[in-house]
Design a protein around this ligand. Structure first.
Ligand code: HT9
Ligand code: FE2
Length: 357
């Protein structure tokens, strides 16, 4: 398979602590200069300590890497795959140095965040700019894949399965990471609200695919100052409202997460489950895509599609629903954060190649 002009794929993720001693420095990395109240950090630290001071995210990325390497080998894609994180070891800068040492000049980046927002889009583009600065590596961020069949399909499959064994009248609650309302407004461009629109589109497609009309979208993992508005309803409040209006059974679908991150195993499987138990509601949480073969094949599809685009071809671009395939290159004002104006890769007018030192 022709992956030219790329000579590597870089898996770009968030990172998480490995040991209890890592938890505080990890949280410091994540929240540097973001004005997160101390009480919130202590609370989130407790979520990690509850799981032995270890996030599930690194092992999940290793599983994805392994599955990707097998998939590439089986499909004749002869490309090395590297892995780097924003907030913890292995850091993006180290991955980029290794790539440079191995002679990589042009790499495609797959980010483990499916949707548009400062946290899932521009912040990674800023980090990637830093990571390759002075190394002579050109990066192309693969497009957002929230509406790709390789992402939506596994959720439809898992939700259908869960509903098949759930009582009649079960309500499906789609859940994603809450973000500040201002961040939602700026996502995809000023006033576009791409984050919420993309999630609404995915939720509607999964509900339709699983054959239900009883569904809603809720949020988890709210952070920040209590005075700043974030997307609502919170999953726990939402479960109480559902209970009050007579719902006795819910299936929770974490469409905001590609695998079982801490948000899924704590905020949903621990906290929201406890809320549901307290209300006497049946609670079932469906699988995230993780290393589902269709999700893995999607990464290959996005890579080969973008490689063709870079060669000047017009490949088929898979997507489901009304929003259409997301852009390859971000508009200048995509997912801006008023607090930062850092240089990025992957946007209109961004340097296409970084100078060698
Ligand atoms: C949209 C979004 C995604 C999805 C996109 C993506 O995947 O990148 C995401 C992913 C993740 N967020 C994660 C962890 C944390 N996020 C935090 C804080 C924040 N997240 C935010 C948003 C998002 N976050 C925001 C607006 C903040 C406030 C601070 C800020 O403006 O940046 C904090 C600080 C404590 C707290 O405030 O909760 C932690 C510890 C982990 C690792 C989990 C694990 O260990 O398994 C992952 C995958
Ligand atoms: Fe987060």
């Amino acid at each position: 398979m022709d992956a030219r002009p790329f000579d590597a794929l870089l898996l770009v993720s968030f990172g998480g602590p490995e040991h209890p001693d890592d938890v505080v420095p990890f949280l410091e990395n994540v929240t540097m200069g973001r004005g997160i109240p101390r009480e919130r950090l202590e609370e989130v630290g407790q979520h990690y300590f509850l799981f032995g001071g270890k996030s599930p995210i690194n092992e999940l990325n290793l599983e994805l890497l392994d599955a990707l390497r097998k998939d590439f080998a089986e499909h004749g894609v002869d490309l090395p795959i590297y892995w780097g994180n924003r907030n913890w070891d292995p850091y993006l800068r180290d991955a980029a140095r290794q790539m440079a040492a191995d002679g990589v000049r042009r790499a495609a980046c797959f980010v483990t965040s499916a949707y548009s927002s400062y946290s899932g889009c521009r912040q990674y583009r800023e980090d990637l700019y830093d990571a390759v600065s002075g190394l002579g590596i050109e990066l192309s961020r693969l497009r957002h894949y929230f509406n790709h069949p390789g992402f939506v399909g596994p959720f439809i499959e898992a939700t259908s399965e869960a509903l098949a064994s759930a009582p009649d009248g079960t309500h499906v609650v789609f859940v994603t990471h809450s973000i500040p309302e201002t961040m939602n407004l700026a996502s995809g461009g000023p006033g576009r609200e791409a984050y919420v629109r993309q999630h609404e589109s995915v939720a509607a497609m999964v509900a339709e695919g699983a054959g239900t009309h009883r569904w809603s979208l809720a949020y988890c993992s709210r952070s920040g100052s209590p005075h700043m508005p974030w997307l609502e309803p919170d999953i726990n409040d939402h479960l109480r409202e559902l209970h009050e209006s007579g719902t006795t059974s819910v299936v929770v679908v974490p469409i905001g997460f590609i695998s079982d991150h801490m948000e899924v195993i704590y905020d949903l499987d621990t906290e929201a489950k406890m809320t549901a138990d307290g209300l006497g509601m049946t609670y079932d949480r469906v699988d995230t895509p993780g290393a589902h073969p269709d999700f893995v094949a999607m990464v290959r599809d996005l890579l080969l599609e973008r490689a063709a685009v870079e060669r000047g071809e017009q490949p088929e671009r898979c997507s489901l629903g009304e929003l259409g395939p997301s852009h390859d290159v971000c508009p200048v004002d995509c997912c801006l954060n008023p607090r930062s104006a850092l240089p990025t890769i992957g946007g209109v007018g961004d340097a296409t190649a970084t100078a060698t030192a």
